[in-house]
Design a protein around this ligand. Structure first.
Ligand SMILES: [Zn+2]
Length: 231
């Protein structure tokens, strides 16, 4: 009763082998690599955030320098019209403090400018890499399509055989088999090995041994596969 379904499973095995070979092919791997690079939205997001932060920082320091320069020119004006040595000394001290602050802010600004230039360069490099990845994606998409095309006759043959065999399998059994396969489990049908499941090795209880002898096929309580007894 399970001869046809075993036959079906063997054809599925051939199909899975082809799918695995296609999946593991260098064409597919290169295609996935390019796709992963192009879909790295976190990286793009982090580059944008960095650019925004650098701009904010640049504007902040520029504003600070403008403020300090304004204060400096005010003190300069006042010091010209001041009376007395104490007042003069006070202005000189203030002017020199402001000078120091401006110098320090200019150092910060130079650093941010360097960071911005580096980021621009990084971004330019990234754009080149994106272009390369796009080219690679196009190239390997074609190559992968060609590879799939070259295997298509085998795939079609197997598909035809699968439909042919399917017609000979008892429908209840086929539904059970398909249900297991829908969970990506393969093989779905395994032989009884001694008193154990042929896949997960779980030992069957006495009543289940009787059941399998009677029904020929039972479901493994552990791995969910169908266990058959060889007639
Ligand atoms: Zn099992």
């Amino acid at each position: 009763m399970y001869k046809e379904i075993l036959n079906y499973q063997e054809k599925e095995r051939e199909m899975i082998k082809i799918e695995k070979e296609l999946g593991a092919s260098s064409e597919r791997q290169r295609l996935l690599r390019a796709k992963k690079f192009l879909n790295d939205f976190d990286k793009i997001e982090s580059m944008n955030t960095r650019a925004q932060n650098l701009t904010i920082e640049f504007n902040k320091i520029n504003g600070k320098i403008a403020d300090l320069a304004k204060q400096l020119s005010e003190y300069d004006n006042m010091s010209g019209s001041s009376n007395g040595a104490d007042e003069q000394n006070y202005f000189i001290k203030k002017v020199s403090q402001l000078d120091e602050k401006i110098t320090s802010a200019e150092v910060d600004l130079a650093q941010v400018t360097t960071d911005i230039n580096e980021h621009v360069k990084y971004f330019e490099d990234y754009k080149k890499k994106v272009k390369m990845a796009k080219d690679e994606f196009g190239e390997y998409k074609n190559k992968y399509d060609e590879l799939k095309q070259s295997r298509q006759p085998e795939i079609t043959d197997i598909q035809n055989l699968l439909s042919e065999i399917e017609g000979k399998i008892e429908s209840d059994l086929f539904v059970r088999y398909k249900n297991i396969r829908s969970k990506k489990i393969f093989p779905a049908l395994v032989p009884l090995s001694g008193e154990n499941c042929g896949h997960c090795r779980m030992e069957l209880a006495m009543n289940r041994i009787s059941e399998i002898k009677d029904k020929k096929i039972i479901e493994c309580e552990d791995c969910g596969r169908l266990i058959y007894i060889q007639e």
